[in-house]
Design a protein around this ligand. Structure first.
Ligand SMILES: O=C(CO)COP(=O)(O)O
Ligand SMILES: O=C[C@H](O)COP(=O)(O)O
Ligand SMILES: [Zn+2]
Ligand SMILES: [Zn+2]
Length: 284
């Protein structure tokens, strides 16, 4: 099955009132874990490559690995750029075969973010690809900011309407209190803000920084319109747990396959659990 775009999988998710998991990939074992999990769960899935992934594996390896997975898969797969930083980078990804890109213009002013995102959308749509935009700032959990500062960085509902209308993005990443990385306490999500945005915006809403967000909050976010959920940190933790387990319990083990194989299985278990939580299991 060829790659599909966010448009197809998120339209189905909207009809079925569930969310599709978007998992970050950096190497072969992660690609296999995500695609095998999707296959076994009969779930649509989004594989995404971050700035770090492009630096670590390179765009050629990422596309080649995900293509290899797609050749034998029977579930819809989106290959998506996560937090794209420039027009040029989004175009390079499309040229290499990504079916979807995120342009993260959240560091710009509203007007500049709209203009830059719109430019990506124009070309991506002409090429049949989809685009995710971001408004408000989804920081890192390590960012040392106060609650008031965090509030000020959250997505403004009026600006959200203007942003999606003028950019025509296919997916819309919001800042409602989640952050990338591990949370110190329990993350506090601004559900009222999410509800207001969802009532006023028809575009599918994306939740970043979903690792470590309790299941109940995830379910509530989905009930309030979230249709794409990004998970990276919990996959990294699962991978590392798998590696540590072998290294500690079988100190003589020197076959990389016997170290990375269990790490892959740890990731698969987490991915399947997320797919069931997101409601996308059994949908294809
Ligand atoms: O939002 C993400 C990728 O864009 C992932 O966030 P986490 O690493 O917190 O899961
Ligand atoms: O959005 C951030 C992702 O979790 C990963 O970022 P990185 O691979 O560039 O470290
Ligand atoms: Zn961002
Ligand atoms: Zn993110």
């Amino acid at each position: 099955m060829p790659f599909v775009t966010l448009r197809e999988v998120l339209a189905d998710a909207e009809r079925g009132k569930y969310a599709v998991g978007a998992f970050n990939t950096n190497n072969m074992e992660i690609v296999q874990a995500i695609v095998e999990a999707a296959q076994e769960e009969r779930a649509p899935v989004i594989l995404q490559a971050s700035q770090g992934a492009l630096k670590y594996a390179g765009i050629r390896y990422i596309t080649a690995m995900v293509r290899a997975a797609v050749e034998t898969s029977t579930v819809p797969i989106v290959l998506h750029l996560d937090h794209g930083t420039s027009f040029e980078q989004t175009m390079l990804c499309l040229k290499h075969g990504f079916s979807s890109v995120m342009f993260d213009g959240s560091k710009y002013s509203l007007q500049e973010n709209i203009a830059a995102t719109r430019k990506v959308v124009d070309v991506a749509h002409a090429m049949g690809a989809s685009v995710e935009g971001e408004l408000g700032k989804i920081g890192g959990t390590e960012d040392d900011i106060t609650v008031d500062e965090r509030d000020a960085l959250m997505t403004d509902p009026d600006e959200a309407v203007q942003f999606v209308t003028e950019t025509k993005v296919d997916a819309f990443a919001v800042a409602i209190g989640t952050a990338h990385g591990t949370y110190k306490g329990e993350p506090k999500l601004d559900f009222d803000r999410l509800k207001t945005i969802d009532e006023r915006v028809e575009t599918a809403i994306v939740l970043h920084g979903a690792s470590g967000v309790p299941a109940e909050s995830i379910k509530k976010a989905i009930s309030l319109g979230v249709r794409k959920i990004n998970i990276d940190t919990e996959l990294r933790q699962a991978f590392t747990r798998g590696v540590q387990d072998v290294v500690q319990n079988k100190p003589g083990e020197y076959d990389p396959r016997k170290i990375l194989g269990p790490a892959k299985e740890e990731m698969k278990a987490i991915i399947k659990e997320k797919m069931r939580l997101f409601g996308c299991s059994g949908k294809v």
